[in-house]
Design a protein around this ligand. Structure first.
Ligand code: B16
Ligand code: MG
Length: 220
């Protein structure tokens, strides 16, 4: 019955959150806003411009920047972030992911990338995973998570019924997006946090992911 598995990227396939944090921190420092790793948790799964907005709210500086200046800040952050991505190699793929992708290929079940990141194609290439996905959703021009659009667009691209799709996410906003899309939601991370966002099952790490247990848990 399972028709597709939709993967988040940052926090599910690899840990790019630390690079996002370093880049946001440098940008924030430059405009006199202090952020720490705890605050960075609130940016997980959130689009680039929405993340900037949250940083400005946090620093009480929302009114101090025009939209043009915001574009410049976001560009500076992204240029720095992209420069950090050269450190990514296939060894940075989280445990269990390559195996799960292989099991899906063997069973002819499409694997779809449903990330909020515009840098996703480059990241997958660095990890050596570019050809393992049937479709990479472009987040351009559609509402970001927690809206369901990124997940719905991915399912639609391969003609899958959302009811028979599994989404895998590490962020609260991402779990909410999967549930709003009507899919079975697998959380990776802290149990209580992700369960309160609506996760159907939560694993503390990707090590526990495999096709037969997913099928069993989701009843598919
Ligand atoms: P970019 P995901 C998200 O990735 C990140 O968690 C979030 O921190 C980031 O702001 C967002 O992608 C956009 O990324 O600036 O590269 O377009 O978890 O949805 O894979
Ligand atoms: Mg994520």
């Amino acid at each position: 019955k399972l028709q597709a598995v939709l993967f988040d990227l940052d926090g599910v396939i690899t840990d790019t959150a630390e690079y996002h944090f370093l880049a946001w921190k440098q940008m924030s420092d430059q405009i006199g806003i202090e952020i720490d790793r705890e605050f960075n948790e609130k940016l997980k799964g959130i689009s680039r411009m929405e993340s900037l907005e949250r940083i400005l709210v946090h620093g009480k500086k929302v009114d101090e920047f025009t939209s043009e200046q915001r574009e410049q800040l976001a560009k500076a952050k992204n240029d720095h972030y992209v420069s950090l991505l050269i450190h990514l190699t296939p060894e940075h793929t989280y445990p269990g992911i390559t195996e799960l992708l292989e099991q899906l290929r063997e069973h002819h079940i499409p694997a779809i990338l449903a990330s909020a990141s515009k840098n996703a194609p480059q990241i997958l290439a660095s990890l050596g995973l570019a050809d393992k996905f049937q479709y990479i959703v472009s987040p351009d021009g559609i509402p970001g998570k927690p809206a369901p659009d990124i997940f719905l667009k991915g399912a639609e691209a391969v003609g899958a019924d959302p009811l028979y799709c599994i989404g895998i996410e590490d962020a609260q906003a991402g779990i909410e997006a999967i549930k709003a899309a009507g899919m079975y939601a697998v959380g990776i991370g802290e149990h209580d946090l992700l369960q309160s966002a609506g996760a159907d099952i939560v694993y503390n790490s990707t090590t526990h992911l495999n096709l037969s247990s997913l099928l069993q848990m989701a009843g598919m």
